[in-house]
Design a protein around this ligand. Structure first.
Ligand SMILES: NC(=O)C1=CN([C@@H]2O[C@H](COP(=O)(O)OP(=O)(O)OC[C@H]3O[C@@H](n4cnc5c(N)ncnc54)[C@H](OP(=O)(O)O)[C@@H]3O)[C@@H](O)[C@H]2O)C=CC1
Ligand SMILES: CC(=O)N[C@@H](CCC(=O)OP(=O)(O)O)C(=O)O
Length: 401
């Protein structure tokens, strides 16, 4: 049976379900997944297998292991199954918000996705402006209606772009359908980022192929991109000074998104224990210290990250490590000379990493990362994750320049 898979890259289709692989080099480790796929041909089988013992170590491999191409997926990539529909139907709950609106724009320009439903309590009954694929009207779905639409197979993937703490009834509705009717779900909130049965969707470092994806936080994405290539060289706890545009605080009025409060100002908040401090520490397996600020610009984040080193390094040593790490990652750009600035990254779908200022004693480096909080920090990353889970190309529909 396994000789079907004895190739670096390819796919295998049975009963309308397709299993994709790339860069496989360890047949023993994938045997369980392949067997389950061939036995049942269900999304659940592949997902259960990828989170089973066969892949748990691969999914949690450190960056350097993945980069050294010793993972079963040498490129950090993936095994998943798909429905047979060519254009995947997306249901979006929380469509009025900043991230929801970015998701609508991305789906509008995506060759293999379309809007099935957009839900907002405030905009119910209003037409969706600016969406060109078909006329769509906002609905206000209850969890029960979400369950019905999942059960009927009318949606291939749900995206929840809701505030923290309100997703659970929708997740339970999507989970509550019969086996075999479950569809992919990507949640943008922080509610499932510490839940082992979900996949933390940072595709540059994890192996997706998931049906329950927890999209990382915006600061947390930029911070991990800035730190992970140096995980093996950490000589202490990284400190992260973050400044976000006020769209990071969502649309619900608060002092942190009030233009009068922000005018000529920069506001420190959550000085310790911000949820992204816990998220990054949890994901890296190494404690970090994070100090967030919000500034008067709308969109974008700048992170200045101080990293103690356990050995003497030069700026060129560090930069080369990052260039190697992100060589094949189209949504992370390494800045060769100079320091990335937030203004140049706003509206871009990729993050930038640079600076690489090494102290004269060679034992401390300062790295600067910029990321658009609404794009690679939220909506773009959700589409990147869904592309992978739905069997599409990782960057399909994502502008790369
Ligand atoms: N903004 C950012 O930079 C980032 C945000 N995130 C996360 O993404 C999620 C969405 O963020 P963002 O778009 O900024 O948020 P917004 O505040 O801009 O939007 C929230 C959306 O949820 C809906 N909503 C609010 N409360 C409820 C409720 N109780 N039940 C059902 N719907 C509700 C709102 O629409 P309506 O009131 O019309 O129903 C709106 O569509 C959050 O979890 C956030 O933490 C993640 C990364 C970055
Ligand atoms: C400026 C601002 O307020 N930013 C938000 C980050 C938005 C985000 O990514 O939040 P989640 O982790 O909840 O998804 C904050 O600090 O809470």
């Amino acid at each position: 049976m396994l000789k079907h898979f004895d190739k670096a890259e390819g796919s295998f289709t049975k009963n309308g379900k397709t299993l994709f692989w790339k860069g496989l080099n360890d047949m023993n480790k994938i045997e369980k997944v392949v067997s389950q796929f061939l036995d049942t041909q269900t999304n659940e089988a592949v997902n259960a297998a990828t989170s089973s013992g066969a892949f748990a170590s691969g999914q949690r491999r450190s960056f350097s292991t993945l980069n050294n191409k010793t993972s079963p997926f040498s490129n950090g990539r993936r095994m998943y199954s798909t429905s047979s529909r060519d254009v995947k139907r997306i249901g979006l709950i929380g469509a009025r918000g900043y991230t929801g609106q970015e998701l609508i724009r991305l789906v509008n320009n995506h060759p293999s996705m379309e809007i099935a439903y957009i839900s907002s309590r405030e905009l119910e009954g209003k037409p969706l402006d600016g969406y060109t694929k078909s006329p769509v009207t906002y609905v206000n779905f209850s969890p029960e209606q979400v369950k019905e639409k999942t059960q009927s197979g009318d949606v291939d993937a749900w995206i929840l772009a809701l505030p923290n703490g309100v997703c659970k009834p929708f997740v339970e509705a999507i989970d509550g359908v019969e086996e075999g009717k479950k569809q992919v779900l990507c949640d943008l909130s922080a509610d499932y980022r510490f839940t082992d049965s979900w996949t933390y969707g940072l595709p540059e470092f994890k192996i997706p192929g998931a049906t329950r994806i927890s999209n990382p936080g915006c600061y947390a994405t930029g911070s991990q991109l800035a730190i992970r290539p140096l995980l093996a060289q950490l000589g202490g706890n990284p400190s992260i000074f973050g400044i976000s545009g006020y769209s990071g605080a969502g649309t619900k009025p608060s002092p942190n998104n009030d233009p009068n409060n922000l005018k000529d100002n920069i506001i420190p908040y959550s000085l310790t224990n911000h949820i992204h401090e816990r998220e990054v520490s949890h994901q890296l397996g190494h404690e970090v210290h994070f100090m967030p600020h919000v500034a008067p610009f709308f969109q974008g984040i700048s992170l200045t990250v101080n990293i103690p080193l356990n050995k003497t390094m030069t700026s060129a040593d560090v930069r080369e490590l990052y260039e190697a790490a992100y060589e094949n990652e189209k949504l992370v750009h390494v800045v060769k000379g100079g320091i990335p600035v937030v203004k140049e990254n706003s509206g871009k779908h990729f993050a930038r990493v640079g600076g690489f200022g090494v102290h004269s004693n060679g034992k401390r480096v300062v790295i600067v990362a910029t990321i658009d909080n609404l794009l690679k920090g939220a909506a773009t990353q959700a589409v990147q994750n869904l592309n992978l889970s739905l069997g599409l190309g990782e960057y399909t529909g994502i502008p790369l320049d």
